[in-house]
Design a protein around this ligand. Sequence first.
Ligand SMILES: [Zn+2]
Length: 429
Amino acid sequence: MIHAMHVHPHDIRDEGAAVVVGNIVDRAHIKTIIAEATTLEERHPYPRGVLPHNPVRGVFVSHATLEVPFGGETFRDLAVRPVLSPAAADGQDYLGSLRDAAAGSGAEVIPWLKALNGAFAGGIDRVCVRTISGEPVPTWLCPTRPETAEFVLRLVRSVQERYQSSALLLDRLRYPDWSGANVNPERMLTCFCDVCRKRMQLDGIDLTLLKRSLLSLRAVSPGGLQEAHNRANLEMIERWLAFRQARITELAGLISADLRDYNQVTGVNTAFWLNLWPPSFARFMGQDYHALGLLCEGAKHFPYHRLGGGADLAGLVDALVPERVAREPMFQTVLGLLGMPYRLTYEQFKADGLPVTFVAEETSKAKSAFGADKGIFTGVQIWDTPVSEIDRAYQAAKLGKADGVFFYCYGWAALAALDAVGGIVAPFF
Ligand SMILES: [Zn+2]
């Protein structure tokens, strides 16, 4: 059983590497630290509250920058280049400091990278995904474009060469969801760039029908739902979902092969781990558990039940239907689309999230799709939740046969929550 804790760069910069390692090893009894090499556009903590033990600030907003101080030559010849954070541009290597501090405690640091999502410079307008109405999403690369594969392979290889860690966790190898700097459901409906449109047509997808079908999903009126469930519409949506899964799997295959080559040539043994949405959501994001399981050594998924599966479901429902009265039927529609059999009202969900059994069910689905010899690591929420729920979620992950539990996350959680984690994992320490 692997136990790991996620950290963000500002945790280390604000508290100091020694304090962070001390809290994670001595209080939480964890020796695997998953450290963010590229941030997201994100409020810390999300979606509310303050950082409970940060001595410098209550809230931090990150901007999807690269946190590794690579020189300009690393990405110079590519169509798109990552934007470095001011600290990384200044030469600061927080991952290196963290690794050095962790080594003294027998702990290790695993870089956590974002594949397609980030702040980019260069020809991003040409390489990014486009929504159904043709709007660019300039923080998200289109997985179909060859320029994207060049960038992701360079990023992964550069980080692997620099840190030579025992594993790399690759996140955001998927299409956009509805959240970002703000909640926008249209970000779910990508990619309609010229390359993807041509490729979809070659695959026999009728773009006019597809667009009509996707837009009808947003309707909550009985007529709209009927339209959405029309057989031709559903078939076109299924083909579009399969198209997107194939694009993500193809890219994962290139990364997996490149990592294996590197391992073979250098004798370094870096495992390829993916960060995936829980199985009920994954196919809507372009992630095919079965196909991806063949390409990696393990995956973390994040059924943060209080939030609604790692997904901000309430944020989605509120953005889809501004009228309060229409939110209950929309919530039930979304639960139905996700195949979630929970009998709870929107108000109950907003107060308590999904039941903790969600953690076991999603873990079990992930295990059976991935195959017995590949690891499934379950993300357990330790912020914005009563401390008693942490053990319940942990036990649910075990019930689902998780091979590891990744606690999320150090900086958002109270010190009491870290102590609770320490109590739970102590027998394994
Ligand atoms: Zn595209």
